[in-house]
Design a protein around this ligand. Structure first.
Ligand SMILES: Cc1cc2nc3c(=O)[nH]c(=O)nc-3n(C[C@H](O)[C@H](O)[C@H](O)COP(=O)(O)OP(=O)(O)OC[C@H]3O[C@@H](n4cnc5c(N)ncnc54)[C@H](O)[C@@H]3O)c2cc1C
Length: 441
């Protein structure tokens, strides 16, 4: 049995603490704030239950969260299928074109541009056999100097923002080429032929987002299920900011919390890796620089409580020609108890530009919703804005993410800035699986 300290009680820290405790270790989780969950929480606003941003959980059939839940959860949340993704353009909705064939008939993009994109995509796939490394090529690089319509570029840019939180100029083309399948070699997998074939197969056969779901009761249900599954050998301490991770002879010896030294055999750090140099002395220079260069994006969510059901489809919408573009999730279509009877709760999320003026961005978002759906205005019963950071590091060209192992013995990282795989809670779960493998080694 090892004595392990986990820094942070967001979903990454909680999953890591739970798994390590169930593997027989003695675990203490320190959380700086007065609440567990971090970016994975739900709370009440005027009788509506909002999440920290709209969330859909991916890869629930056989992904990393499913694997951790199967192995370590005593109670599992109930999940409802997400349904279709729709693209809203020209004030109409279209089903998301998952396959090359569906894309060939995707009306919002002109025929000429559809053909050019299909050619680029298929040739990229073929070239990739000989040159699998597309880490430093952005989607913007692929489309520049081609004669695409303004509207096509906007749609591509919005899809990039939706998938990675970043504009096409910063989104690596690998995000579209890499298979997101679980359990193939950890970090980047572009050279794995099975991975390559799987992602190729998806282009022809993918049948929508079949394994994506929303948790009944809001995303806090995942946190609650993890908490209910915690064995006795886990202690969670709130209002306890870890001020220092202490290293002696290149090995972790403990942490300092509220001025007190607490010894431990291992420390699992789940807060921002970019902040690590501030609390760990003696990190090697290159490693330190890579951490400090990790980039994140900031999102703005507006939750609207409506006294009429405006969104009838089960699923969510990506608004590609609104200003700003946004992702729209009517969560009461999954769980009506999140709002008072006969009301609808809808989350609209967008990525904020650099140097944003928050008041301006709030009114821009509200204005775009009313422009798209003019009759919505008089049915708004609740308005709630959130400014949040979805991923501790966004997926950006040439960015070097650390792995779970660090140069310091006994110090491990988890969280959405330690793996390229997928996004959000799925990504957090990948990182915990990587941690367990790294610790076994
Ligand atoms: C608008 C929005 C939409 C999203 N949509 C989705 C989605 O559709 N699907 C999906 O899967 N994910 C989604 N996400 C992302 C997902 O919520 C996050 O990726 C995930 O919750 C991050 O978990 P984490 O534990 O890695 O980090 P965090 O939640 O940030 O947790 C880190 C914790 O560490 C604590 N901490 C920091 N420093 C210290 C310290 N020194 N000592 C002690 N404690 C410390 C913090 O207080 C925090 O509680 C979305 C997020 C947002 C904001």
């Amino acid at each position: 049995m090892k004595k392990i300290v986990v820094v942070g009680a967001g979903i990454s820290g909680l999953l890591a603490g739970l798994a390590l405790a169930k593997e027989g270790n003695d675990v203490t989780i320190f959380e700086a704030t007065s609440e567990v969950g971090g970016m994975c929480r739900s709370y009440e606003i005027n009788s509506f239950r909002v999440d920290t941003g709209p969330h859909i959980i991916t890869r629930l059939k056989n992904g990393p969260l499913k694997e951790l839940m199967d192995k370590y959860f005593d109670i599992v949340p109930e999940f409802v299928l997400h349904g279709e993704y729709y693209i809203r353009a020209n004030k109409k909705t279209y089903k998301f074109p998952w396959t090359l064939k569906a894309f060939a008939f995707f009306e919002p993009i002109s025929k000429k541009d559809r053909l050019m994109i299909l050619q680029t995509f298929t040739s990229l796939y073929s070239q990739r056999i000989f040159n699998p490394d597309y880490d430093d090529v952005s989607v913007g690089d692929m489309v520049k100097n081609r004669d695409y319509d303004e509207k096509t570029l906007r749609i591509i840019d919005t899809i990039c923002k939706f998938l990675t939180g970043n504009s096409m100029d910063k989104t690596p083309v690998a995000r579209f080429l890499d298979s997101q399948d679980y359990k193939n070699s950890g970090g980047r997998t572009s050279q794995d032929p099975i991975d390559y074939l799987n992602s190729m197969k998806n282009l022809f056969t993918k049948n929508g987002a079949e394994d994506q779901c929303y948790p009944v009761g809001g995303i806090i249900s995942i946190v609650k299920a993890a908490l209910s599954s915690m064995p006795e050998n886990v202690d969670i301490k709130l209002n306890s900011q870890v001020e220092k991770i202490v290293v002696e002879d290149d090995r972790v010896s403990g942490v300092v919390v509220n001025g007190e030294f607490i010894s431990s055999d291992c420390v699992v750090y789940s807060a921002y890796s970019s902040h690590l140099p501030k609390i760990v002395d003696r990190l090697p220079g290159d490693y330190r620089k890579n951490l400090e260069n990790l980039e994140k994006v900031i999102s703005l969510t507006l939750w609207l409580g409506l006294d009429k059901k405006f969104f009838k489809n089960s699923g969510s919408e990506i608004w590609v020609d609104s200003d700003p573009s946004c992702w729209v999730v009517p969560v009461t279509n999954y769980d009506s108890s999140l709002a008072p009877p006969e009301h609808q709760l809808v989350g609209f999320v967008t990525i904020l530009p650099d140097d944003f003026d928050i008041d301006k961005e709030r009114s821009r978002l509200l204005k775009t919703i009313v422009t798209q759906l003019p009759s919505i205005e008089k049915h708004i019963k609740m308005k709630h804005f959130q400014v949040l950071i979805p991923e501790k590091a966004a997926w950006i060209v040439n960015q070097k993410m650390p792995t779970s192992k660090t140069p310091i013995k006994g110090l491990y990282l988890v969280g959405t800035d330690t793996t390229h795989k997928s996004m959000g809670i799925t990504r957090a779960s990948y990182s915990v699986s990587n941690l367990l493998e790294a610790m076994k080694e």
